[in-house]
Ligand binder design. Structure first.
Ligand code: ACO
Length: 181
């Protein structure tokens, strides 16, 4: 294994603290991969390209990508914990992203001012699927949600992906409704 190109977390500008990533999940990863928060330089590590396994992706250009990164980082009111957590799995030898996922935290008036974690935009590079990276991403996002005090973590998916989420410990509940603008 060569990790000469790999950029360590300490030299990166991250969306949130790397301390919020489960050490148990990290310890279960193959040594050639690393899991961490999205970094401000990840536009150049194939972030959008990995997302394209999920849906059609339009590249907004680096500056617009960076503006979105900065807006998401400052989305929480000052002195409150972050609300938006995107994580990436990095292939260390190439320093490229091979998996992504997000959880954002909804704070409610219900459930004793409780919170709900919403998992979104899970994608694993086609060449890396079937190696438990998707499972580790869901475990890491669920850990963030639970550690943020969420009483539940939810997501929408296709019927084809139900068995995957069941393997991750999730159960089918209710239905999704959508209205596109
Ligand atoms: N049907 C049945 N079982 C599945 C499926 C599936 N579609 N996908 C994974 N599994 C099983 C695996 O066989 C494995 O089972 P095992 O523990 O018995 O061996 C377990 O689920 C974990 O699989 P992983 O290897 O972690 O899955 P992978 O890394 O390939 O990631 C993912 C799964 C994220 C669905 C990936 O295939 C992918 O990126 N697909 C395209 C994009 C997509 O559909 N994303 C999810 C959209 S939903 C959302 O974003 C909330």
């Amino acid at each position: 294994m060569s990790s000469s190109k790999f950029t360590p977390d300490s030299s990166l500008d991250l969306l949130f603290s790397a301390d919020l990533i489960s050490t148990e999940v990290k310890s279960q990863l193959h040594p050639d991969v690393h899991i961490r928060p999205l970094a401000s330089t990840d536009y150049h590590r194939g972030h959008l390209s990995v997302l394209s396994v999920l849906t059609v992706v339009t590249d907004p250009g680096e500056q617009a990508w960076l503006s979105q990164f900065n807006a998401l980082r400052s989305s929480a009111p000052r002195s409150s914990p972050p609300t938006y957590y995107t994580i990436v799995v990095i292939d260390k030898p190439t320093d490229q992203i091979v998996g992504v996922g997000t959880v954002f935290i909804e704070r409610k008036f219900l459930r004793g001012l409780g919170s709900v974690g919403h998992i979104e935009d899970i994608a694993v590079d086609k060449n890396q699927q079937g190696k438990k990276l998707g499972l580790r991403i869901i475990q890491a996002l669920s850990y963030i949600s639970e550690n943020s005090g969420c009483y539940k973590t939810i997501l929408n998916c296709s019927d084809a992906n139900i068995p995957f989420y069941e393997k991750c410990g999730y159960q089918k509940k209710e239905n999704e409704m959508a209205k596109y603008a």
